[in-house]
Design a protein around this ligand. Structure first.
Ligand code: PHE
Length: 347
């Protein structure tokens, strides 16, 4: 067979193979086999010296023409495959499908409750104040009438930092800071924030939140405290909530009270759905909700106020309120950052 005839046969073979190629990848491998540097066409060209000199130009021309034609065919084929792929992905696009919404963040239930507490109290005229979580012994204990070595310090499971600093065990040091700052009555502040205790189990977390309230003014008495707390708890839990004051002890208030409210689940009956005792209040019909009292004269003295001043203070656990408000029975849920839990509290 002449070289020209071999060239034509190779070209025909390539054309047929191209037509039969099932993918762009197959086309690419044909390009290598036929048109590549070590491909069939190159092999034929290298045999040019076999031809008599006068036939060489014609063969060279024919070979170049064949190469060009085959290249063009190959590019067409590749373009066709590409168009197919684009078409396929377009046909998979369904404009009626719902879009993918970006996940929306939401506020933590503790934040929501804290904001609500502040809103209610701000509306009564209490100003929100803020202070350090790493506190001095003076602000956390001494000025609050906890003398050094007094057993009442035991109740506070303190995390000490050294150098006279500790993690505040309650928000009450903000009473001291607010009075020192204002220098004289009236003082009407609330202090929301984190507090720390060396305690960890089902119902205690080493970090939790409190909101402190303090009112110092002429003639403040226990009835004012009761009025403010009744308003606060009814705003939070509904107009039927009843409050009970129980005598208690805090070094910085005298008298001191522990405030209970009627159970939000069984509405104070102690029963739930008939004969079973209510699980939330353990059948008592009441829930312990906060500590409070009249500011002790020793605290006024420590901050340079006239010890005959009158004032009340209260401190309330935010997680406790959030658990009752949202019916959450495991404190740990607040701190595990599980989005399935946190995503349920959208305002
Ligand atoms: N600070 C107290 C506590 O955390 C609560 C409290 C605040 C009691 C203000 C009385 C007055 O236990």
């Amino acid at each position: 067979m002449t070289l020209i005839a071999e060239l034509e046969r190779a070209a025909a073979g390539f054309t047929a193979a191209l037509a039969g190629a099932a993918s762009a990848a197959e086309v690419e491998s044909l390009r290598n086999a036929v048109l590549g540097r070590k491909g069939e066409l190159a092999a034929l060209m290298s045999r040019l010296p076999e031809l008599p000199a006068d036939e060489r130009p014609a063969f060279g021309k024919a070979a170049n023409a064949a190469k060009e034609r085959l290249n063009r065919l190959l590019e067409e084929r590749l373009a066709a495959f590409k168009a197919q792929v684009d078409g396929a992905s377009l046909s998979r696009f369904d404009p009626s499908m719902p879009g993918r919404m970006p996940e929306r963040g939401s506020l933590h239930p503790v934040t929501l409750v804290m904001e609500e507490l502040c809103r209610i109290l701000n509306n009564l005229g209490f100003e929100t104040v803020d202070g350090p979580e790493a506190e001095t012994d003076f602000h956390n204990f001494e000025a609050l009438n906890f003398p050094a070595d007094h057993p009442a310090r035991d109740m506070q499971d303190t995390l000490f930092l050294g150098d006279g600093l500790l993690m505040r065990t309650h928000t009450s040091p903000m009473q001291v800071r607010a009075m020192l700052e204002r220098k004289k009555p009236p003082v009407a502040v609330i202090a929301p924030g984190k507090v720390y205790r060396r305690d960890y189990d089902l119902t205690h977390s080493p970090m939790f939140h409190q909101v402190e309230g303090l009112l110092v003014d002429d003639g403040v008495n226990l009835a004012h405290l009761r009025g403010v707390l009744t308003h606060l708890l009814r705003e939070l839990f509904g107009p039927d909530v009843a409050l009970y004051f129980r005598p208690s002890f805090f070094p910085f208030t005298e008298p001191s009270v522990e405030v209970d409210m009627s159970c939000v689940i069984c509405r104070g009956s102690g029963r739930k759905g008939g004969e079973d005792g209510c699980r939330v209040c353990k059948g008592t019909g009441r829930l312990e909700i906060l500590g409070a009292g009249m500011v002790d004269p020793a605290v006024f003295a420590a901050v340079g106020f006239d010890p005959s001043c009158t004032g009340f203070a209260f401190g309330l656990g935010v997680e406790r309120v959030a658990m009752l408000k949202y019916g959450i029975d495991d404190l740990r849920l607040f701190f595990e950052n599980d989005l399935r839990f946190l995503g349920r509290f959208v305002k």
